[in-house]
Ligand binder design. Sequence first.
Ligand code: ZN
Length: 70
Amino acid sequence: MAASAVAATQGAQTAPAELPSTSYAAATAAGEPKITCYYCQREGHTANKCFKRKKDKREAAATTAKASAR
Ligand SMILES: [Zn+2]
C-alpha cells in the first residue's frame, strides 16, 4: 500500500505544470493509475466496483433474511 502512495506522489511531482492539477489528470499523465481494492486487495478496481464485496453483501443479506425468517 505504501509503495503505490509513493508512486502517486512522484507522478504528481513529475507532471507538467500546464496540466490541470487534479489528481485524476496527474495519475493519468504519470501512466496507469494504480488503484487497489481495499476489500479484496486486488489491483485494477475500487471497492465500489468490487465484485467480491457485492457478492459477499448479497450472501450476507440472504443469510440475514434466512436467519430472521426462521
Ligand atoms: Zn475487490
